[in-house]
Design a protein around this ligand. Sequence first.
Ligand SMILES: [Cu+2]
Length: 573
Amino acid sequence: MAVIVWWLLTVVVVAFHMASAAVVESTWEVEYKYWWPDCKEGIVMAINGQFPGPTIDAVAGDTVIIHVVNKLSTEGVVIHWHGIRQKGTPWADGAAGVTQCPINPGETFTYKFIVDKAGTHFYHGHYGMQRSAGLYGMLIVRSPKERLIYDGEFNLLLSDWWHQSIHSQELALSSRPMRWIGEPQSLLINGRGQFNCSQAAYFNKGGEKDVCTFKENDQCAPQTLRVEPNRVYRLRIASTTALASLNLAVQGHQLVVVEADGNYVAPFTVNDIDIYSGETYSVLLKTNALPSNKYWISVGVRGREPKTPQALTVLNYVDATESRPSHPPPVTPIWNDTDRSKSFSKKIFAAKGYPKPPEKSHDQLILLNTQNLYDDYTKWSINNVSLSVPVTPYLGSIKYGLKSAYDLKSPAKKFTVDNYDIMKPPPNPNTTKGSGIYNFPFGIVVDVILQNANVLKGVISEIHPWHLHGHDFWVLGYGDGKFKPGIDEKTFNLKNPPLRNTVVLYPFGWTALRFITDNPGVWFFHCHIEPHLHMGMGVVFAEGVDRIGKMEIPDEALGCGLTRKWLMNRGRP
Ligand SMILES: [Cu+2]
């Protein structure tokens, strides 16, 4: 009898322990600070005095609670948890104007959400251009039963950096005529870069560049990755760039890609990886047997003519000195070799065991991406609507039925001019502004075809990495030219498409994705290039809105615009 009681107790204790996920809780003070991200003094958005912000390290199933204290003196702030699906907590998604009001200076807002699934993620500001100001950090969700086998890991958070302030950048982009902000001055690895000098300058025979003179403890000094021979390391790589598409290579080592956007992929081996803004990857790197070797890790620009030097750091083995490698760093593949980029994207398939997409979709959007003019302001539009995010967050206006808070009219489901020539500048450059909101009932399958086109002038089409909040979607395929409805669907990969939250739209081409509306809420879907979003390149998906009414949304998320008025009239403090 005693044995049975003891056995039962053990079972109960073990079951309780497995069910009791942990709470990861922190208070974060967001403020501007002087910093030297690329050895030149600038101003960054720091969290608790750190740049980049602290890494969140949680286990799948944990509850994350972050109290964000806005210590900025004159502007609001929000934080978006990029890659976290926010099931049941759409108000915690942190997209200003979509899911919440910006947190006022001096005030605190508490984000509370469950990280339901393991993966490599990051977080960032999602108000104005605060991501570009340096408001970002890594968000790692570990699996209690990790299927990958490795001996150690490193995080590499990649970003781009301008010397011009974000306030000046915002003004430039929204001026008439628009003033382009130009290419970034530096690329940063974990917030560290070197402006106007190169760690590898001693390979330049002409000496056109100075050797960097930073000291070991300087804020811009690169972090060396210290490794042991004959081991396997996991590199968790995330790109939070405002503009740049990147390529990362580790000299003398191949990379086995195993994870993309928090989902395992069928492993494949490459010499370097392309990574677009909003994407994350895990790669496995096997170290060789030479304990005193050292190698460059290089990050360079692709997709736009590079005017920004490579970011460099060093992979050092245990017995290697801190001096620099004796070979020049890897050369980044040429920026406009789009076929090379496409071939990388097309190597990515779901790992075994992932669910296949449903065979058919219930609804299809064909979203034409164009650069336009609105009253001579330069804009980006989707089906001729340039997004203007309302003051009252959609989530609140939908919950309380405040129909005057936004433009209820959805943009067209497909571009109305059937004979639109995507290879030429728009015949009529003028666009309209709107709320860009599409409504979907709960539980249907939606296909989105992103269609690229020529910009306003010249023969140019740009790269746009599109990111969907609140979901992973299946990437069904990519194509060149104009999507042919009824024909191109036949080329879709329904067997093993990868699940992702960000996907690239290549110049003059199309990209197809499929998702299920299984997450009631209001979800931003937008180009992750910060200036493009700022100029209207996004739409909003309202999903299962009849269920939003019953949802608990903290009043603190909605203290602005018409929801503030509504809450005040309801008589709450
Ligand atoms: Cu874009």
